[in-house]
Write a protein that binds this ligand. Structure first.
Ligand SMILES: C[S@@+](CC[C@H](N)C(=O)[O-])C[C@H]1O[C@@H](n2cnc3c(N)ncnc32)[C@H](O)[C@@H]1O
Length: 356
């Protein structure tokens, strides 16, 4: 069957975003080489066959994204839902931010953070300039640039990767299909600026959505993003994902996107355990994070380059970590996992009397 106009529009848009991401990365590297050659990271050259494999897996992700939208798993409008005006206004600030990024790299300073009156709220591992980002996760400036920077990093595919959690989430919630959908509560752990909740709300508009994150600034940005129109309100709560400020068993589903690789191993386990505590028996946890060496060995150079270019102190440990075992150790069962482009998605259930 010939592709519809909407499908052609989606594919053209994605090609444009992918190209824009590549051009930005190429240009900013050239500028760094010219202006700050001493801080250019030592990366490994990406072999041609890996470039091809990356391109193919990006195409496969987009095929799957299109098919799921066409099948009504989420609305097609979500595929075009990009805050163009905000991003256009913020893009020059991504460039203006580069010199301070280079000077932190030069000084090997990864703890250049704003003064905090409530330092005790944050675990030590959190108080760093992840990605060499100005202010780490601790300012409005950082929160305003984050979505755009992530979209550039993943060549326009960040939301398509986040959407891979939705089919698992919908399948998991079928366990509670005898309930009023409005009574189902979904918690997004480390919600950041709310892009994941935005995708979930479009797919599951009747569920009650809550987001938790340590960063007040990121939650403020999420609030601006999510709660400005007439869609159902999302509750946003500041808290540490290792000990979340909610009662046991109060959620039917939890999601957690791009957090695991930013945590030391013990914190990773503590987060999974706290997710288990918060789920009602029969509830589902859907995690998405970077692919790992075991499931995507063909992308090993890309993974290694990622940690060399960005300050990601726990990434090397994460890509060799056994998340399946961690989920089992936390008590989960019915594990499933899939890889799509640069993301791995896990789905796991908290056993109830009917699950083994
Ligand atoms: C890479 S961002 C991912 C944000 C979002 N899930 C997304 O899809 O873009 C990591 C987020 O985790 C949050 N974070 C890191 N450690 C945390 C912790 N221990 N508890 C709660 N949030 C944490 C950061 O503040 C940041 O918003």
């Amino acid at each position: 069957m010939a592709p519809s106009i909407t499908e052609i529009a989606y594919r053209t848009l994605q090609q444009g975003r992918s190209l824009a991401g590549l051009v930005h990365k190429e240009l900013s590297t050239k500028v760094m080489e010219a202006v700050a050659p001493d801080v250019v990271p030592q990366t490994q050259p990406v072999p041609a066959e890996m470039m091809n494999a990356l391109r193919k897996s990006l195409d496969a992700l987009q095929d799957r994204d299109w098919k799921d939208a066409a099948a009504g798993i989420y609305p097609q409008s979500l595929l075009f839902d990009i805050p163009w005006l905000e991003w256009a206004e913020r893009y020059p600030r991504v460039w203006l931010d580069l010199p301070s990024n280079w000077s932190r790299r030069r000084a090997r300073d990864v703890q250049d953070l704003p003064d905090l009156s409530n330092r005790e709220l944050y675990p030590e591992y959190y108080l760093q300039n992840f990605h060499h980002q100005t202010d780490g996760y601790l300012s409005d400036h950082s929160a305003e640039l984050y979505d755009l920077q992530v979209d550039i990093l993943f060549n326009g595919a960040a939301d398509a990767m986040r959407r891979r959690i939705i089919p698992f989430l919908q399948a998991g919630l079928k366990h509670f299909s005898n309930r009023n959908p409005g009574s189902l509560r979904i918690l997004d752990v480390a919600t950041g600026t709310g892009r994941t909740l935005h995708q979930i709300r479009a797919a599951l508009p009747t569920c009650t959505l809550i987001g938790v994150d340590l960063s007040e600034a990121y939650l403020r940005q999420a609030n601006r993003w999510l709660n400005q129109n007439r869609s159902s309100l999302v509750q946003l709560v500041q808290g540490n994902a290792e000990r979340m400020p909610f009662d046991e068993g109060g959620f039917q589903a939890l999601t957690c996107v791009f957090l695991m690789h930013e945590l030391p191993a013990e914190a990773r386990q503590a987060v999974l355990q706290d997710c288990y505590r918060l789920l009602e028996p029969g509830g589902v946890l859907v995690l998405a994070d970077s692919v790992q060496l075991k499931d995507s060995p063909q992308f090993d150079v890309a993974m290694d380059n990622f940690r060399r270019v960005f300050h990601e102190p726990y990434y090397r440990d994460y890509i060799s970590d056994d998340i399946d075992q961690r989920l089992l150790d936390a008590g989960f069962c019915n594990l499933q996992a899939e890889s799509h482009f640069m993301t791995r998605v896990w789905c796991a259930t908290k056993p109830d009397s009917g699950t083994k």
